[in-house]
Write a protein that binds this ligand. Sequence first.
Ligand code: CA
Length: 132
Amino acid sequence: MGESLRVLIVEDELALRQGLAALFEAAGHRADFAADGRSGLALALEDPPDVLVLDLGLPGLDGLSVCKAVRERADRHVPVLMLTARDALDDKLRGFGAGADDYLVKPFAGAELLARCTALSQRHRVGREHLL
Ligand code: CA
């Protein structure tokens, strides 16, 4: 098993939040949750996670707005993986335009989400080490 990650998951569907909690905990990671965009943004800024898993369709503030705000306001690069039920090319391009690092379309395999989160976090850490 690799190193333990602290992941913030912003997702409004309760069943999916519960499934993701079980998935990350079973893999030895720590997951925090928010059910809407505003509280997700507040948590991400207050205590930046190793990876932010962000649903696109959220009440209050949507995933694109949260992602843009994190990019503008966080004091470091927070790796963002965008989740969406939609798989239209436009949505993907908008996600990357808002600053997302990666993208996963629902329904997805838990193992793929874990692998992508680990990869994002490692890519970010390697980048930081090179700066030192
Ligand atoms: Ca949603």
